[in-house]
Design a protein around this ligand. Structure first.
Ligand code: DCP
Ligand code: CA
Ligand code: CA
Length: 379
């Protein structure tokens, strides 16, 4: 039975995972469009409509949290707690707007990942093992991402860098808001041992209550707790997950999401390139590869983009909309080439380490442009 726990403490050493979570997300979105709210308690509410005050709090900014206002409490209670604060703001949910803000922030973040997985509206995982190569480079990358997100959307986020998703999620929550926490593989188990078991994603109030009855309060207690006893109480699957998690072990992969929204291929150049001509052979191969992927899915594309990752780990991106949706390789290749030429010219002296080609704005290619493309007139 013990055979299901096969992982040693160093089995995660080869991965570098990042978890990004936007701070007080819905309330921060409201602050973006009304900067005068920043200094006031902001409470985003899900009004049920029965009476003026019925419903629950969706989230609140950190000013409001100081008064004990948080997700899930009744609006009536929130109003009570803020009764002496005359400038408190209560707002209804605007999900469409929050999705837009999320979309633009996610598209900035996703460019930094080898693999990118969006989880819900305000968080995502990045596998940056190859991109970063080391935990110190990963920390630098995390700072770049925070800056880039701020520059593009003005949002603050909190990031956890760790050898797996579970520790990344614990890390992003540790120093909120605007936090950055790095949990290195060697110190993972020690750094979580003193925390409450509920810090482990998936362990809610119910499970933690049962664990407490068994004398388990901290993650360290859980790591030491007898596995066979735990299997008796929680079943094999949950017990194995908790037993591993408590030791800082989690093998869940980062699963790419949104493959339909974009097709992207990235290649590491044999040596850093300073001119676009040096990159032409790689560019050609990348174009072939994304073209094939789109063709396999019978998708025509409206936007061609390139991504250059520099020796500084900075990203340079450029894209161009085609006049007509295309399924034509030549038009893709020529467009990508002209974007690359322009991008290198504009960027000034650069050293390009990795190059990417991206297609987006897809339509099913069974549509009306097929004939034009077939005749070589499309896109
Ligand atoms: N949300 C909600 N009801 C809840 C929890 C969350 O409507 N019970 C919504 C509002 C949040 C968003 O989901 O803004 C993201 O949830 P988080 O748990 O990440 O919380 P916040 O982003 O609000 O705050 P934090 O800064 O703690 O991440
Ligand atoms: Ca959040
Ligand atoms: Ca979240």
């Amino acid at each position: 039975m013990i055979s299901m726990i096969v992982e040693g403490p160093n089995s995660n050493a080869s991965r570098i995972i990042m978890h990004v979570d936007f701070d007080y997300f819905f309330a921060q979105c409201e602050e973006l469009r009304r900067p005068e709210f920043r200094s006031k308690p902001v409470v985003v509410c899900v009004f049920s409509g029965r009476t003026d005050d019925s419903g629950v709090v969706s989230t609140a900014n950190y000013v409001a949290r100081k008064y004990g206002v948080k997700s899930g409490i009744p609006i009536r209670l929130a109003k009570l707690r803020l009764v002496d604060v005359p400038d408190a703001v209560f707002l209804p949910l605007d999900s469409a707007y929050y999705s837009q803000v999320s979309e633009s922030a996610m598209s900035v973040i996703s460019l930094y990942a080898d693999r990118f997985e969006r989880v819900g509206i305000d968080e995502c995982y990045l596998d940056i093992s190859e991109r970063a190569g080391s935990f110190s480079a990963a920390e630098t990358l995390a700072r770049k991402i925070k800056n880039d997100v701020k520059r593009h959307t003005q949002l603050t986020c909190s990031i956890g860098v760790a050898p797996n998703k579970m520790l990344g999620k614990i890390g992003s929550d540790l120093h909120k808001p605007d936090g950055l926490t790095v949990i290195e593989p060697g110190s993972a188990a020690d750094s979580i041992a003193g925390m409450d078991v509920e810090k482990i994603p998936g362990i809610g109030p119910k499970t933690s209550e049962r664990l407490e009855e068994l004398g388990v309060k901290t993650i360290g207690d859980l790591a030491r707790f007898d596995l066979f006893r735990m299997i008796e109480v929680f079943g094999k699957k949950t017990a194995a997950y908790m037993h591993n998690a408590a030791r800082g072990i989690d093998e869940e992969p980062v699963v790419m999401s949104g493959e339909r929204q974009q097709i992207m291929r990235i290649a590491t150049l044999k040596s850093d390139a300073a001119s676009s001509a040096e990159m032409y052979p790689d560019l050609y191969a990348l174009c072939k590869s994304v073209f094939q992927a789109a063709a396999d899915k019978k998708l025509s594309f409206g936007i061609v983009g390139i991504l250059m990752i520099l020796d500084t780990l900075d990203n340079v991106t450029r894209s161009k909309s085609l006049k007509v949706h295309s399924i034509n390789f030549e038009s893709l290749h020529l467009t990508a080439r002209s974007i690359l030429d322009e991008a290198v010219k504009e960027a000034g002296p650069v050293k390009v380490r990795r190059l990417g080609v991206r297609l987006s704005d897809f339509q099913s290619s069974d549509g009306q442009n097929t004939i034009l493309d077939f005749m070589g007139l499309g896109g």
